[in-house]
Design a protein around this ligand. Sequence first.
Ligand code: TYM
Length: 335
Amino acid sequence: KTRILTGITTSGTPHLGNYVGAIRPAIAASRADSAESFYFLADLHSLIKAQDPARTQRSTLEIAASWLACGLDPQRVWFYRQSDIPEISELTWFLTCVAGKGILNRAHAYKAAVDKNRADGEDDDAGITAGLFMYPVLMAADILIFNANRVPVGRDQIQHIEMARDFGQRFNHIYGHEYFALPEALVDDDAATLSGLDGRKMSKSYNNTIPLFAPREQLKKLVFSMLTDSRAPGEAKDREGSPLFQLYKVFASTEETAAFAQAYADGIGWGDAKQRVFEVVDREIAPLRECYDDLMTRPQEIEAILRDGARRLRERYAMPFIAELREAVGLRDLS
Ligand code: TYM
């Protein structure tokens, strides 16, 4: 059986990039009978950037409610909080001891932080924590602990999944047995990198996001604030590199997209284009938003779902597997 797994870091409010890059494809994939799915809240990862306990808690609730509002069925899908599965942290150490430091040196997030220090004339590693450096190892443990083989993500995460393959393979090789299945990234080309308000990748760290469940009026305001060029109505518009066009495409049918492309060629005014984009996004999001707002009034229910998911999942997979791995590396069996 295919095992599909993905997570979202609990460091803010989920945005449209998370939705089209991870949540929507993951929920669609979980509906196939041939798949077993694992979707989780990466709260250990959130400690790397957001050292604000209240924010991590709030974000955990918001992201959990988002998954549920988007149709995740906790009876069909393993749905849990990363920190509720302590076996993930233990496996992180086992993998740390086989992971090549040179590989971690090449991780995008770490390299970007070093490059920024250099540009600012600081020491290479100024202000960089070991947590940021080790980020890909924790992520590999998330995936390998459940032997997931398909990981739906946006393009920015592909490198991490390749590293998970590498660490898993090294472990298998060193300990002489195929303990871990090797994961593959599942990337939807159209949604691989959704642009934000300013045309750069939509990202919490760029402050250019459209929150997934922004109230309708705010959604409209944000879509209307998206970057466009200065071409006047009547002038043909360029689809390539137009964040508005991309957003339309990921929410519209093929026919609608073809008609919108024609409107671009015919010189649609930016105001009209934005109205059409807003409508097609809101059409899909509105019913989910209603469900989300309702769930957010019942946080205890969400908490109970998460705890129950983690408890069952530990018993079913994480505890027996970590026992096997402890034995593999020569540690005492705790049971
Ligand atoms: P995170 O929380 O930054 O993002 C969650 C998911 O959303 C995707 N995404 C996007 N997709 C398209 N366009 C965008 N602008 C955009 N922005 C974000 C991300 O690619 C991701 O799929 N390290 C991960 C969380 C994680 C994880 C894992 C994922 C931890 N363990 C194991 C998969 C498997 C992260 O920080 O994603």
